[in-house]
Design a protein around this ligand. Structure first.
Ligand SMILES: Cc1cc2nc3c(=O)[nH]c(=O)nc-3n(C[C@H](O)[C@H](O)[C@H](O)COP(=O)(O)OP(=O)(O)OC[C@H]3O[C@@H](n4cnc5c(N)ncnc54)[C@H](O)[C@@H]3O)c2cc1C
Length: 441
């Protein structure tokens, strides 16, 4: 521990959720506003919310990690209009439970309930149906931010709109967000969930497009050769009577999950899991809203099963026009290289791409794989990246640890402008993480 100017730094080993990146870091855990200002203005740093990004987005070995866990208060709630002001370290699961108990909800929540509000803004996360509800930016009215050089500032569509916009998918570069004012919508008390079986990823896209208005809409698919894309599209509509019957409540998924000593997702494990998912997802059920929003609370064993070698999630958004061709090329690669894909998730998007945000119009596929460094697995990930770029795909930077700086200008036509739009707020590269460095942001 070192002490200067009233702040303390602890030395801690941090790891990304996918286990690809680890670093011994100096961590500051401020619990008062004056401590946020206490680091020397030129000290290299990065803000950390809950640290549940798949990639190393919230730490670097030579950046002070400013962890926002103590800034988790819900500050102001307007129960008539649905406005909620929260500190940036508040977790999305806690915010959701608070809002639901008062008849409101955030329409966009990511899969991990411990993601912080700051992390949801900095990654511009999407929820259960981005085609209907957009991304997190659509539901944030204003942000209070601390910049080490310029000090405190209020941001909104009419107050420093360029920096406000840069905070979304800004990965911490435009400064440390301390508070945000969120716009809630009236809540559903329960959802009626249904599953539609699909034989492949082309059928999946048709079902997603024809259910674009469902509040919950996503698919799970088999990634094995011979069964590639077979799975279910899950969609949820607001339950008219709100009744849910018996439903087991699972605790929130932990921030870090101890890996099992072996990798469960070998070919046999993958086969058993896919059969189980397919069978289980067919039952129609009425479930409480919180459970419908955070189905991954039941997936602790799934993530532990990747073992100590971790996983990779490559998530690409493919334009509608090239989606079918991409899927058929990908299936051919799966037949040729026989990778171990534990699961594929599908979602529909109908937004506007901006900067480095994961948004646009098309179908997103998230491909999860165990042991990404193993030769055969790595070869497939490389091939997937090339195919996705060839078909105009847009990657999700906050998820995929396999991406390197060299490929980014090929994924984002306006790469230099997008990078400049972020770094103009931090030209001295004071805010840096392992991810921003790997990607050359
Ligand atoms: C199991 C799982 C499921 C997921 N599901 C989804 C999903 O459905 N949709 C989706 O879009 N994403 C999803 N994600 C990704 C996740 O929501 C994002 O990575 C999110 O940013 C994590 O929030 P966090 O608080 O842990 O952020 P961290 O990992 O701590 O940080 C992420 C980024 O936000 C920045 N940041 C955090 N707080 C602040 C702040 N106060 N001020 C400035 N910058 C800040 C960090 O510097 C970093 O760049 C999932 C991740 C996991 C592991």
């Amino acid at each position: 521990m070192s002490r200067k100017r009233g702040f303390a730094l602890a030395e801690t080993q941090l790891a990304s959720f996918d286990r690809s990146t680890t670093a011994r870091c100096h961590v500051q855990r401020p619990d008062r506003y004056r401590l946020l200002e206490a680091l020397p203005a030129d000290a290299r740093r990065i803000t950390r919310g809950s640290g549940v990004s798949f990639v190393g987005a919230s730490f670097a070995h030579d950046s002070v990690v400013q962890e926002m866990g103590a800034f988790d208060r819900l500050l102001e709630f307007d129960s008539a209009q649905g406005w909620l002001t929260v500190e940036a370290g508040a977790r999305i699961g806690d915010v959701t439970r608070f809002a639901l108990s008062r008849g409101w909800m955030l329409p966009v929540v990511p899969g991990h309930p411990r993601a912080s509000i700051g992390g949801c803004i900095a990654a511009d996360v999407h929820g259960k149906n981005p085609a209907r509800d957009g991304t997190f930016r659509q539901h944030v009215e204003s942000i209070e931010l601390f910049d080490p050089q310029a000090g405190w500032m209020q941001l909104g569509p009419n107050e420093d709109p360029d920096r406000f916009a840069a905070c979304f998918a800004g990965f911490g570069i435009p400064g440390l967000m301390v508070r945000a004012r969120l716009r809630l919508v009236p809540a559903a008390q329960a959802y009626s969930l249904r599953s539609i079986a699909v034989a492949n990823l082309i059928e999946a896209a048709d079902v997603l497009r024809s259910h674009a208005n469902a509040p919950l809409l996503y698919g799970w698919h088999d990634g094995r050769a011979g069964r590639f894309g077979r799975g279910v599209i899950r969609f949820g509509l607001e339950a008219k009577d709100g009744a849910t019957g018996k439903h087991r409540t699972h605790p929130d998924l932990p921030e870090s999950i101890a890996p099992w000593p072996i990798t469960a997702w070998n070919r046999i494990g993958i086969s058993i899991m896919n059969r189980w998912i397919r069978h289980r997802q067919f039952a129609a059920q009425q479930v409480p809203t919180a459970a419908a929003l955070f189905p991954l609370n039941e997936a602790r064993g799934y993530f532990a099963g990747f073992g100590k070698h971790g996983m990779n999630e490559a998530q690409w958004l493919l334009p509608h026009a090239s989606y079918a061709e991409f899927v058929s090329a990908l299936e051919a690669e799966v037949r040729r290289l026989r990778p171990r894909i534990s699961l594929i998730a599908s979602k529909l998007f109908e937004g506007q791409p901006t900067g480095f945000s994961f948004d646009g119009s098309g179908i997103a596929l998230a491909i999860q794989m165990p042991q990404p460094r193993q030769r055969e697995q790595a070869a497939f990930i490389e091939s997937l990246t090339e195919l996705a770029i060839l078909h105009g795909g847009r990657p999700n930077l906050i998820k995929d640890s396999s991406l390197e700086a060299a490929v980014l200008p090929r994924c984002f036509a306006d790469f230099d402008n997008a990078r400049h739009a972020l770094r103009r707020f931090d030209p001295a590269h004071v805010q840096e993480s392992a991810m921003t460095r790997r990607l050359g942001l």
